[in-house]
Design a protein around this ligand. Structure first.
Ligand code: ADP
Length: 547
């Protein structure tokens, strides 16, 4: 159903009466304009990717009303953000900043603390403030999506000169994705590494405004070209945290490399994983493989075609191997256990050198096959990867949520070195826990440069309470199993943040102790995104909020 009435009523933030909260909201309307503050007191509307909600997660792992906003604010300027922060400090009301709020698989737009007020920065603060065609940089506000930046480059006639880097889904915000340390698939795929300069409203009662790096200088033209400036590099504390509200960010743009070519290889056996990962490592580190290397499981290649799982298998438990193998026989990849998607950049003669090395290395795996792109129809998923790896936003990737009715997804995403034994250990622990939970395992290994992220997306029916519980248990077990082997997640869903933060516990949790010190210094009233990434302000800490 599209609209669902609230069963628990208005989500009033803890520690304040409903009447005082309503009067505070009234006050905020007077400050920002009535039309820029909305109370969320009647119903929940789920929408879909393009019209996603900004009050909750449209793909809930827990009950939807668990992580629900009480109201939404639409600031139109940095000054509006500062006014809202001062207001929140005065009334001790938690604020949850989002840029676009499409953070699917990680909690969407939902706040960690029920009753938080969503600060929807993207709706009105969505300007591209600068595109510098000499330096290949840009400066953006929170509401600028990958699509918007791409389209603006085309509109200005710069699309042939410079590229953006887009994640799998292009509808997210450049700032939101970068702050959450998302990745893309050109050589500029490490978004955090490619940003230069932040402007941040601090959460304390004065709502001070700072600029990082060269932005600390009054004036000048180096803010977007040199990320460090002088003194401590403070940018890091604003990513995957709750230490500030980012209102501007600089980002590098990639020069058009002068040509590109996607390629796809298939490998027949699941056991090819370890030797293949060992083949990929030196190629990736030496940049013969130039973009994030994606090695996807055959079942995922099947699910991304967008059909419900019941088309292939009506039983319960994971789709059996003989079933998905048989289905793959009639597809472009043919029967296989793994599919590699990659791209080579540069003019033809330069690509040839690299592609020849890759070809002879990959063919060391018996039965490995290169698929000729000219044989692939235009709607084959390969071309979606081709667009993304050449900096064109897309959202075909989302098709695999059709695998389940009311399809939602959530990821287990540990990082490890690019080594066969690591890949095998992580794959086996994921397989064991998926089998126990009766859930289809669809892993993808994404190789950064010296590390790989294993991304295991669990697709679940968000209306099926039993399945949600199985998905949650499966994730929690995998996180604990991985931590016991020394692997940690690179990013996680709201509901799992305390658990993941708890695995980074070396030396009696020294890192979290430092984070807590920073949190209490920067946000003494604890108003900004309490609990995000497991960081709780003093007012909430050890009072039963952790999950
Ligand atoms: P997407 O770009 O995928 O739509 P979001 O806008 O939801 O992502 O951002 C992802 C997460 O990053 C948010 O949940 C929030 O915690 C954090 N975030 C996003 N934008 C900002 C911002 N401007 N300042 C501080 N934190 C932010």
């Amino acid at each position: 159903p599209d609209f669902v009435p609230l069963t628990r009523g208005l989500a009033v933030p803890q520690g304040i009466s409903k009447a005082s909260f309503l009067s505070a909201v009234h006050h905020l309307k007077a400050l920002l304009g009535t039309e820029n503050v909305e109370l969320n007191d009647t119903e929940i509307k789920n929408g879909w990717y393009m019209e996603h909600p900004n009050t909750h997660d449209m793909m809930p792992l827990l009950h939807t009303e668990e992580f629900l906003a009480s109201a939404v604010v639409y600031p139109g300027s940095v000054q509006d953000v500062q006014l809202t922060v001062k207001w929140a400090n005065k009334h001790l009301i938690p604020l949850h900043p989002i840029s676009i709020g499409r953070n699917l698989g990680y909690g969407g737009a939902a706040p960690r603390v029920r009753g938080s007020v969503t600060l929807d920065l993207g709706r009105r603060m969505n300007k591209i403030l600068d595109i510098n065609a000499e330096d290949y940089t840009c400066l953006v506000e929170p509401g600028v999506t990958f699509y918007a930046l791409y389209e603006e480059l085309q509109r200005r006639g710069l699309g042939d000169k410079m590229w953006i880097d887009t994640p799998d889904l292009g509808g997210g915000s450049v700032i939101g994705n970068t702050l959450d340390r998302g990745v893309g698939y050109t050589p500029y795929g490490d978004h955090w590494a490619m940003h230069s300069g932040l402007e941040v409203v601090l959460p304390g009662p004065e709502a001070n405004l700072v600029r990082t790096g060269m932005g600390g200088l009054d004036g000048g033209n180096t803010w977007q070209v040199f990320p460090y400036g002088f003194g401590p590099s403070s940018d890091g504390i604003f990513s995957q945290s709750n230490f500030g509200i980012v209102t501007k960010m600089g980002m590098a743009l990639m020069p058009n490399p002068g040509g590109y070519e996607s390629f796809m290889y298939t490998f027949p056996r699941e056991s090819d994983l370890a030797p293949l990962i060992d083949i990929i490592r030196p190629l990736r580190i030496s940049n013969i493989l130039e973009n994030v290397a994606q090695l996807r499981h055959g079942l995922q290649t099947l699910s991304v075609k967008g059909h419900p799982r019941t088309k292939f298998y009506k039983g319960s438990g994971p789709v059996p191997e003989n079933v998905w193998r048989k289905e793959l026989q009639d597809t472009a990849t043919g029967e296989c256990a793994w599919v590699y998607y990659g791209m080579s950049y540069g003019p033809a003669h330069i690509r040839k050198y690299k592609l020849d090395v890759i070809h002879s290395e990959f063919l060391r795996i018996p039965g490995a096959k290169k698929i000729d792109p000219s044989t692939l129809p235009a709607d084959e998923y390969f071309w979606s990867r081709d667009r993304i790896a050449s900096g064109t936003p897309d959202f075909e990737e989302l098709l695999w949520v059709n695998w389940m009715p009311n399809g939602a997804h959530i990821a287990f995403s540990p990082v490890s070195p690019i080594r066969g034994p690591d890949a095998t250990k992580l794959y086996e622990l994921a397989k064991k826990r998926h089998d126990e939970a009766g859930i289809d395992l669809m892993p993808a290994f994404c190789v950064g440069l010296r590390e790989m992220h294993l991304i295991v997306e669990i697709v679940f029916d968000s209306e099926d309470e039993g399945m949600r519980a199985r998905a949650e248990k499966c994730l929690r077990d995998m996180i604990d199993d991985a931590a016991a082997l020394g692997y940690g997640e690179y990013r996680t869903h709201l509901a799992l943040m305390d658990q993941v933060a708890g695995t980074y516990n070396w030396n009696d949790g020294a890192l979290m102790k430092m984070n807590n010190t920073l949190k209490d210094a920067l946000d003494p009233n604890g108003i900004l995104a309490p609990g995000r990434c497991g960081i709780w302000p003093a007012r909430y800490r050890n009072r039963g909020w952790e999950l």
